[in-house]
Design a binder for this molecule. Structure first.
Ligand SMILES: NC(=O)c1ccc[n+]([C@@H]2O[C@H](COP(=O)([O-])OP(=O)(O)OC[C@H]3O[C@@H](n4cnc5c(N)ncnc54)[C@H](OP(=O)(O)O)[C@@H]3O)[C@@H](O)[C@H]2O)c1
Length: 434
């Protein structure tokens, strides 16, 4: 089914899923039919639409196209491109594999499947002479998968740093500019439909880790399991951290970062202090952005809407049109670039600057003890500010920033600091960018 079809015969497209993104794709397919036919050289024809609730009408999908049996898609001989928009690992993963094995090209927006088993599905596509495209799986409408896989291919990519979860970026932006606390900002995001009723995957950085695993594959040509990515969510952040960060000239973003260090990879998803004037420090609300550093190109930033039916349909349909043009031209797929297994450094060996907020008894000598614990672990202090004093409790809040230190050294220092009599609480410990 990958070879060229007869002249002017439509190219059959079937959808697996017609939810948020599926509805956007159906609407665009209908509205843009003429334009797409002109761009491809042949019309696209909607063949089957797989859903769970088949009786529910879907705009843009004739009732005859709706089915709740995946086999109906496979058995439709005129389907040449299968577009997977169901989400979740199962059964999407099996359906993608079966579609590829049956000789269909597949376009997917599924980050979980591509993060967990992208390389093996890409090999399966290669074996069967078809393409598997996944532009919408990272960054919604932002073109990033194709630029990394093609336009930046001549570079040695040394770092990818991204804001790739709109929910958390919305929450963090509200905490930065409106002084909201976490629960307030999350409730507002839920009210506006930017956060799921169960926001765990987003606020704990799981969603961002899937996307980072995909980006690392494309940037460094390695397989990284999402489980190998050090992860810290945003639920522990307090409004005070944002106030103090602001006074130091920083905002706080959930940064997904992959960096090559001496041939090994440092990968993490963590709330991170970043200077307001940095390009990623200015990416606010539900916007996403991916910053790539390459030896030839230097630094490039891709920014735009990371979700939503229309922006995601833009990415999905770009893949569909790309494959459809290949079908028309009778072009087979290129050999997939082979990935090697990444050597991921454990968090204890990864280096960063740190910000820490410590509540201490308001007594002389306490700072010297904390400085001693840090110094004993080769961690040098960059700045110390005493921010608030609770006269009644006779406590003060110290905000300490450090120069670069290894995660393991920091943990050792914190264990000592936590045991000091004068230390009431270590409020938060966050990475700092740069
Ligand atoms: N939402 C976004 O802005 C966005 C952005 C980028 C990427 N994505 C990705 O796009 C994909 C789709 O997201 P979405 O927000 O459109 O999801 P959604 O609204 O939950 O839609 C899922 C669709 O798949 C169908 N479906 C689910 N499981 C099925 C099964 N076992 N058999 C048959 N049909 C099944 C559902 O059928 P029913 O309608 O009958 O329930 C529904 O039509 C996900 O991989 C997501 O990560 C989403």
């Amino acid at each position: 089914m990958s070879e060229a079809s007869e002249p002017m015969e439509p190219i059959g497209v079937s959808l697996l899923g017609a939810g948020n993104v599926g509805a956007g794709v159906l609407a665009a397919l209908q509205r843009g039919a003429e334009r797409y036919a002109a761009r491809v050289g042949r019309p696209l024809e909607l063949r089957r639409v797989l859903v769970r609730a088949r009786a529910r009408p879907r705009a843009g999908a004739p009732a005859g196209a709706l089915t709740d049996r995946f086999e109906d898609v496979l058995e439709d001989e005129r389907t040449q491109i299968v577009v997977e928009l169901m989400g979740g690992e199962h059964p999407a993963r099996e359906y993608i594999a079966r579609a590829l094995a049956s000789g269909r090209h597949v376009v997917t927006a599924n980050k979980e499947v591509m993060a967990k088993c992208g390389p093996e599905l890409l090999e399966l596509a290669s074996e069967h002479g078809v393409r598997l495209l996944y532009e919408a799986s990272v960054g919604g409408g932002i073109p990033i998968v194709r630029p990394l896989g093609r336009d930046l291919l001549a570079n040695e990519i040394t770092a990818v740093t991204a804001i790739i979860n709109g929910t958390t970026n919305y929450v963090l932006t509200a905490m930065t500019y409106e002084g909201s606390d976490y629960a307030e900002a999350l409730a507002e995001a839920q009210r506006l439909g930017y956060a799921e009723p169960d926001p765990t995957d987003d606020v704990e950085g799981i969603d961002a880790a899937y996307k980072l695993a995909i980006l690392c594959g494309l940037a460094f040509h390695v397989t990284v399991s999402p489980d190998d990515i050090a992860r810290q969510g945003i639920s522990g952040l307090s409004a005070r951290d944002f106030r103090y960060a602001d006074e130091l000239g920083y905002t706080i973003k959930l940064l997904a970062s992959g960096r090559l260090v001496d041939g090994a990879l440092d990968v993490s998803v963590r709330p991170t202090l970043i200077a307001y004037e940095e390009p990623l420090g200015k990416v606010d609300g539900v916007l996403n952005a991916v910053q790539v550093e390459g030896d030839l190109v230097g630094r490039v930033l891709f920014e735009g809407p990371g979700a939503g039916p229309k922006p995601t349909a833009s990415a999905v349909l770009a893949d569909v049109l790309d494959v459809a043009r290949d079908v028309v031209a009778g072009r087979g797929p290129l050999e997939a670039i082979r990935y090697r297994k990444a050597v991921v450094r454990p968090p204890s060996e990864q280096e960063s600057r740190y910000y820490m907020r410590v509540t201490v008894a308001d007594r002389a000598g306490v700072l010297a003890k904390i400085a001693g614990a840090l110094g004993d672990n080769d961690i040098s202090i960059a700045s110390v500010v005493q921010f608030e004093v609770d006269e009644d409790a006779r406590t003060a809040e110290l905000v300490i920033t450090t120069h670069k230190a290894r995660g393991g050294r920091l943990d050792a220092a914190l264990a000592t600091i936590r045991e000091l009599d004068e230390v009431v609480e270590i409020g938060s410990v966050l990475q700092m960018a740069g």
